[in-house]
Design a protein around this ligand. Structure first.
Ligand code: HEM
Length: 117
């Protein structure tokens, strides 16, 4: 079971790479106000949600302690990210502040994950 948990942490990290990587590729365009939510960002956010929920289940099944407040905060931020990326996925360009917010919330979630022990 531990192997499965590690496997899903790996998939969770691939999700972060897609979401954050998609954001980073658009940073120059964001400066010009022409950034858009690329498909990798939507797929990355969905991957984070699915793998995160599976990780909670696998950890609970193993009787590993899961910090529910930390997970709740990460989930709440991801729902905002996912909502914005999903609704605006077909827009040719997205407002600079909205695009920046998605990148900021993604980074906040990364630091919550690694600093909140
Ligand atoms: C953008 C959103 C997210 C980011 C950037 C993120 C980031 C991370 C990172 C870097 C790790 C590995 C480090 C660690 O073990 O703490 C991790 C683990 C984990 N994440 Fe996430 N995560 C996000 C969303 C979620 C969501 C929505 C859930 C649950 C619904 C979730 C559940 C978990 C669980 C259960 C682990 C296993 C380690 C633990 O028990 O803390 N994550 N996440």
């Amino acid at each position: 079971m531990d192997v499965l948990i590690h496997l899903f942490v790996g998939l969770h990290i691939i999700g972060i790479a897609a979401l954050l990587g998609g954001f980073l590729t658009q940073m120059k365009a964001m400066g010009r106000g022409t950034a858009r939510f690329v498909p990798a960002m939507l797929h990355g956010a969905l991957t984070m949600l699915v793998t995160g929920v599976v990780l909670v289940g696998l950890n609970e099944a193993q009787d590993h302690h899961v910090n529910t407040i930390k997970i709740g905060v990460k989930l709440a931020l991801l729902i905002v990210i996912l909502g914005l990326v999903y609704v605006k996925r077909d827009d040719e360009k997205v407002d600079k502040s909205m695009f920046g917010l998605v990148g900021l919330l993604t980074m906040v979630n990364i630091f919550i994950a690694v600093l909140w022990t």
